[in-house]
Design a binder for this molecule. Structure first.
Ligand SMILES: Nc1ncnc2c1ncn2[C@@H]1O[C@H](COP(=O)(O)OP(=O)(O)OP(=O)(O)O)[C@@H](O)[C@H]1O
Ligand SMILES: [Mg+2]
Length: 328
């Protein structure tokens, strides 16, 4: 069995829809109407102990929602999660004692207390033996250079210092697994590098399994042997970063607005990947056809109102991985 098992995971949020018109707000008060947002549609993957995996995808893909379900903060709408033998949301208290979590966007530390006091509080919360806590604190103080600001209240820390403190806090109780949601967000190049070094070290020396989300392509190329790529709540790739280019690096998408809805567009060398009313998204490979040839084919077959060529966020991400990869 794997350390982390995720099967057909789903999360649907119900959000109140705003009614238009002057009476809309009033109507919304009386009869609330809801719309479903499928944040996570169908996600499956398995992680083995000791892996460091990047969970990546464009904005709104469902990354944070997945991390929140893995850490027991959110209850899935469907599917199954087992982390180290536990079902996170059902065994939440026990689960949280056994994992480490860092959300780059917000600290888990006590805002008004000196940093060291947060670490002391955590020692009591986790009921850590003094010696083990001390050994870890000393190690992280060294590795993350915490000494200069241990006495400083968390609210006065720079973002880079705060992130280092949060990382130490997440690891004081020796968790087997570390969940990181954008651990380098907003940091400068030097601060990012320090965090990457640290993550590589705890993964290698302590065998901590790491799953991280990031928009920083250098984080991915430096840290992750494997990536799980998601888009619109679904896994679209899971594997090594070397093979990514073959899958996504060459394709582009032509967005076609037809005069009317066309259910099944048939054009050589292009695949229909999405359709909304009269608009269709057609993916094609750079080496099998050109945009010009494709546009000519389509216009000859169907009445076309408008065309745009787009690079989907996914392709942008993948292209970026190779650009940073080759630069670094
Ligand atoms: N609490 C919530 N209520 C309603 N909708 C939500 C909630 N949390 C997330 N969503 C929606 O779910 C989708 C996925 O959000 P999520 O935060 O998981 O994306 P993400 O991949 O982390 O994006 P980003 O890269 O921008 O952080 C989005 O459409 C978002 O608006
Ligand atoms: Mg997010």
């Amino acid at each position: 069995m794997s350390l982390i098992d995720v099967e057909d995971l789903q999360k649907t949020f119900k959000i109140a829809t705003r009614q238009s018109g002057r009476l809309g707000a009033l109507k919304a008060l009386v009869s609330r109407e809801y719309r479903d947002v499928r944040a996570v549609d169908e996600v499956s993957f398995a992680l083995d102990a000791g892996e460091m995996v990047g969970y990546i995808g464009p904005n709104g893909a469902g990354k944070s929602t997945t991390i929140k379900m893995l850490t027991g903060i959110l209850v899935p709408s469907g599917g199954r999660i087992v982390v180290d033998g536990r079902v996170p949301h059902q065994q939440r208290v026990e689960h949280v004692r056994q994992i480490g979590v860092v959300f780059g966007q917000r600290t888990q530390l006590w805002w008004d207390l000196p940093t060291i006091e947060s670490f002391e509080l955590l020692r009591h919360i986790y009921r850590l033996p003094e010696a083990r806590w001390r050994a870890n604190l000393d190690a992280f103080t060294e590795l993350l250079d915490l000494a200069p600001f241990l006495e400083t209240p968390v609210r006065q820390l720079s973002l880079g210092q705060r992130m280092r403190a949060d990382l130490a806090a997440a690891l004081l109780h020796d968790p087997k697994i570390l969940f990181l949601d954008e651990p380098t967000i907003g940091l400068d190049v030097v601060a990012k590098e320090r965090i990457r070094q640290f993550l590589l070290q705890i993964n290698r020396d302590r065998g901590v399994t790491v799953i991280l989300t990031t928009h920083d392509l250098e984080d991915i190329t430096r840290l992750c042997q494997r990536v799980v790529l998601i888009d619109h709540g679904r896994v679209i790739y899971d594997g090594g970063i070397e093979q990514l280019r073959a899958r996504f690096g060459h394709s582009r998408t032509l967005v076609v607005d037809f005069e009317q809805e066309i259910r099944d567009v048939q054009v050589p060398f292009a695949a229909l990947v999405r359709r909304e009313g009269p608009r269709s998204w057609l993916r094609f490979e750079r080496d099998t056809t050109t945009a010009a040839a494709l546009i000519a084919e389509i216009s000859a077959r169907y009445p076309v109102r408008d065309l745009t060529l787009e690079e989907p966020a996914i392709e942008g991400i993948v292209r970026g991985i190779y650009e940073t990869g080759s630069a670094g």
